[in-house]
Design a protein. Sequence first.
Length: 240
Amino acid sequence: MVQHATGTPAEWLKARKALLEREKQFSRLRDEIAEERRALPWVKVEKPYVFDTQAGKKTLGELFGKNSQLIIYHFMLAPGWEAGCSGCSFLADHFDSANQHIKHHDVTLMAVSRAPLGEIEAYKKRMGWQFDWASSNGSDFNYDFHVSFRKEDVEAGRATYNFAPASENPGEEAPGFSAFYRDENGDVFHTYSSYARGNEEVIGAYMLLDFAPKGRNETEIMDWMRRHDEYEDAPARKSA
């Protein structure tokens, strides 16, 4: 049984109002950080990256479609993996609902992984997702944006993640977001990247859990979470 302080309605209201002031400070700080994020200098992307998509091969500029802004989620799915990262899958479960809105606000949202397109499509079908997902297999894209790691780079101390030297054993893949802008001339600029816990504000399930009495109730990050078709009450997965 959870042991917690109790009080009168008046005591609760007093404490709640004090907390509200802190929440307002946090909201204002978040707005300030978002403004600073938008003020970062943009870097022109010179390398001609090519991706495999359901519509054929596309350059980075062509991934934008009709929009001038592109958000890419670096989804952890390497060639030969049986399934995508469970944490990335938890996060990606939030994309389709948000995409109903942001695609009408000059923003293209999609995932990119190093796995071949066929492996991506198989996992996407298993999860029932609708968002676009491209393969960067055969290009330097994941390595240049510091979400995939070559063994020789790790051993030589050249690998970085979250703007710092990567750990001794970072694994093949790591998660992240990268944002881009395409101007009227078709030039593409890298505007922002976020890694590690910097990604977690898009996880609406976490934001809801933060309202709950027990909060996230984790010993380690995401230790309770499963792919949505792996919970005990999930419908039986159909064989391919």
